[in-house]
Ligand binder design. Structure first.
Ligand code: AMP
Ligand code: MG
Length: 328
């Protein structure tokens, strides 16, 4: 019998400590997590890392029980090597090294942004998409070209999720503010003027944040509506530009912000106009999660990628295009 590979993946780049288990058929056997929610303000890296180390054992145990596996069934360990917050990354990496050493199995460090793309490709069954990846800290337009996933456009300042969360925090909306902003936006009608910042395939959001924070006359509903319409239009524009330049006909959405129905609707209608297809993974696989790390670690291992323990240091600024994509 051909040996079945089973990978346990640990995600820990920022607020979420996630543990996923995937097998060689891209079947997600478990996808458990615990999210650090700051009592006030934004994510404090050290406090998020403390949260991760406190709950690591429990989340790993939950994932094993959910998958109905015993430790000897796991054949590979993967972890999010970067990009992300240093203390959080180190906590996840330490948990992964501990498991790999104690089980005496290989360990693979995975690029977090690539993992968003690979899990989407697997579950949506698309082959060569342009990924619009919009999360708290990241906003990137990524696609495969000549052996690497390359970043064709990205935010020049903050990720769109951070922008929404920061705006929300000022307005007394708890983290993560995105879902509440979506609900308010659905009641807004008036499009108020906000900076629309697109440079080539890059975007920026800090000017929009400042302008929204300074608005005194408009209703919250109208500001939220305008924030969404303006920022999502920018993202739709740069995604379409990347598709046109690359002659690609699939878009894949990834990252927590794509749980927003209006964003999916806008990108979807742009794709329909071009005769292209738009794929949206289930919400649990859009946000940061362990299953995407497990699946990406598994396909990397299957393609012959090997890492020594010395190679598993975390990379806070790990770039998407730093990775040789040998598995395609
Ligand atoms: P991630 O970093 O990929 O886990 O995504 C987290 C980010 O997604 C946070 O900034 C949230 O505010 C944002 N988010 C989650 N749901 C929504 C939504 N429905 N609309 C907009 N942003 C959202
Ligand atoms: Mg992410």
């Amino acid at each position: 019998m051909a040996s079945r590979e089973i990978c346990l993946g640990i995600e820990g780049t920022a607020h979420t400590f996630g543990v996923g288990i995937a097998d060689s058929d891209a079947k997600v056997l478990a996808n458990e997590q615990s999210m650090y929610v700051p009592k006030e303000g934004g994510i404090h890296p050290r406090e998020a890392a403390n949260h991760h180390s406190e709950i690591a054992g429990q989340v790993i145990g939950d994932a094993m029980r959910k998958a109905g596996l015993s430790r000897k069934d796991i054949t590979v360990i993967a972890f999010s090597q970067g990009p992300g917050l240093g203390p959080c990354l180190r906590t996840a990496a330490t948990a992964a090294r501990t498991l790999a050493i104690s089980l005496d199995i290989p360990i693979i460090g995975v690029n977090h942004c690539i993992a968003h793309l690979e899990i989407g490709r697997a579950v949506c069954e698309c082959s060569d998409p342009v990924l619009l990846y919009v999360s708290g800290g990241n906003t990137q337009v990524i696609s495969y070209a000549n052996g690497r996933y390359r970043v064709f456009g990205e935010t020049l300042d903050i990720g769109l999720g951070n922008m929404l969360d920061k705006f929300g925090r000022d307005m007394g909306i708890a983290f993560p503010a995105g879902p509440r902003i979506e609900a308010l936006a659905s009641k807004g009608k008036k499009l108020v003027n906000l900076p629309y910042s697109v440079k080539g395939m890059d975007v920026s959001f800090s000017g929009m944040l400042t302008a929204a924070q300074q608005m005194k006359e408009e209703s919250m509903e109208d500001i939220c509506y305008s924030l969404q319409e303006t920022s999502f239009s920018m993202l739709t524009e740069v995604t379409e530009r990347a598709m046109a330049h690359l002659a690609k006909s699939e878009v894949l959405l990834g990252g927590g912000v794509v749980r927003n129905r209006r964003l999916a609707e806008m990108v979807g209608s742009m794709c329909a106009d071009r005769g292209a297809k738009c794929f949206v993974p289930p919400p649990s696989l859009c946000s940061d999660n362990g299953a995407m790390i497990a699946w990406t670690g598994l396909i990397m291992h299957r393609a012959g990628v090997r890492m020594r323990l010395e190679d598993t240091g975390v990379l806070q600024r790990f770039r998407t295009d730093d990775v040789d994509v040998t598995w395609i």
